[in-house]
Design a protein around this ligand. Structure first.
Ligand code: KIV
Ligand code: ZN
Length: 417
């Protein structure tokens, strides 16, 4: 019996080591992070960047650990062409990608802009939903399929790494989509992007679409599927995660989730979902400690504020203001925080004093100011605090010190810092 227990114990130790070691990482599957802040993200009105700003962001994205940087849409303007060209020349490790429509001269412009990239990728594609086929192209499904194949073959003349996007795949009939995916892989596509261009899908629908392709495209082992989800219904992150659970191995995303209309999948969210949910067996190469500095860089450069309640990078992502939460958090941070702010490069957690705050938070903030009070004093302070808090949105340190002075708890409340 004791021998069985020893074996069980050793086996458990081995499992823990395996999970934590590099071997555990190898055993997990990598999800490639394709950052499109500089292409889809930059399509936000008023957020246009100049070439120097783009290069600075691209270098920081590379340091962050993204696998692919979509640098722009070279045919769209001479400025974008130059930016892609300069980024291609400056980036050392990440793949640099340029967008094109399934139009030969677009593909040639992308190839030219990427000429000096160490790892170039052309991203070409066309709308595959019936709505796009009829309204945009006035074509048939067969014609679109031919154009898709022709575009991939043309791009293959310039680079080995060709990604095909089936625009509006979220609303494309799955049987037809599977035929398109099979044909572009046969033509040489290394990655096939399944965009939910309009942010229409529910997570289970998007996951089922990826699973359908994984199971019904005969040559699926020759390429990887990519998730490109928009946030029109607030489901871009959930849809991308459903996609990788179903077998996709690339997520297209932007810093702070910026992008057309309601934006794209947010990079920081998908990276942290995969990090928090290790049981999914998926990992990315992103260094999570750089997420908050990266978010600030993009927000400052684009002059686009991040909403305070934004997951991971919002100003309130690690703030606690209600009494129940503050009390729990002060006893053990894990009661109300699933991520340590250090892990994502955020400032340390904040206890914000509002009308919803409790005694433990008040005493804590006084302790931070260097003042220890006994229970009766905290009770007195709390009564006075509640009146001030009802009038103010947030009670600040100077208000607290004034409170203590007014109540005559003078000696202990003298400013010591
Ligand atoms: O949303 C979309 O479909 C796109 C493609 C151009 C990849 O951004
Ligand atoms: Zn998009």
């Amino acid at each position: 019996m004791w021998l069985a227990n020893v074996i069980l114990f050793l086996w458990l130790l081995l499992q823990i080591w395996f999970q934590k070691s590099r071997l555990g990482t190898i055993y997990k599957m990598q999800v490639h992070i394709f950052d499109t802040t500089l292409r889809d993200g930059e399509q936000v009105p008023g957020c246009k960047l100049n070439a120097d700003e783009k290069i600075e962001i691209a270098l920081r994205l590379e340091a962050l650990g993204v696998d692919i940087i979509e640098a722009g849409f070279p045919i769209s303007s001479p400025g974008d062409f130059r930016s892609v060209k300069e980024i291609a020349a400056n980036i050392k490790n990440a793949t640099v990608c340029g967008l094109s429509r399934a139009v030969l001269k677009d593909i040639e412009a992308a190839a030219e802009a990427l000429k000096h990239a160490r790892r170039p990728r052309i991203h070409t594609g066309i709308g595959t939903s019936d709505s796009h086929i009829k309204a945009k192209f006035n074509a048939t499904r067969e014609e679109i399929l031919q154009r898709a194949v022709q575009a991939v073959k043309w791009a293959k003349n310039f680079v080995d790494d060709v990604e095909f996007y089936a625009e509006d795949a979220g609303r494309t009939d799955n049987e037809y989509l599977a035929r398109v995916v099979e044909a572009v892989i046969a033509a040489g596509a290394t990655v096939v992007n399944i965009p939910d261009t309009t942010g229409y899908c529910l997570p289970h629908q998007y996951g089922e679409k990826i699973a359908f392709l994984m199971n019904n495209v005969p040559n699926m082992d020759k390429a990887i599927l990519s998730c490109h989800c928009h946030n029109d219904l607030g489901m871009a992150t959930a849809n991308s995660i459903a996609g990788v659970i179903a077998g996709a191995r690339q997520i297209e995303c932007t810093i702070n989730g910026i992008g057309e209309r309601a934006g794209n999948t947010s990079l920081e969210e998908v990276v942290m979902v995969l990090k928090q949910h290790q049981h999914l067996g998926l990992y990315t190469n992103v260094d999570s400690r750089q997420l908050n500095p990266m978010s600030r860089l993009v927000s400052d450069t684009m002059r686009m504020a991040v909403q305070p309640n934004k997951a991971i990078v919002g100003a309130n992502a690690f703030s606690h203001s209600s009494g129940i939460h503050q009390d729990g958090f002060l006893k053990d941070a894990q009661t109300y925080e699933i991520i340590n702010p250090d892990e994502v490069g955020a400032d340390s957690s904040k206890i914000v004093l509002t009308a919803r705050s409790g005694r433990s938070a008040l005493a804590y903030r006084f302790r931070k100011l260097g003042h220890e009070f006994d229970r009766d004093e905290v009770d007195q302070l709390y009564a006075a605090f509640s009146i001030v808090a009802d009038k103010k949105k947030e009670v600040r340190d100077e208000d607290l010190l004034e409170l203590a002075l007014n109540l005559g708890i003078k000696n202990k409340a003298e400013v010591t810092q």
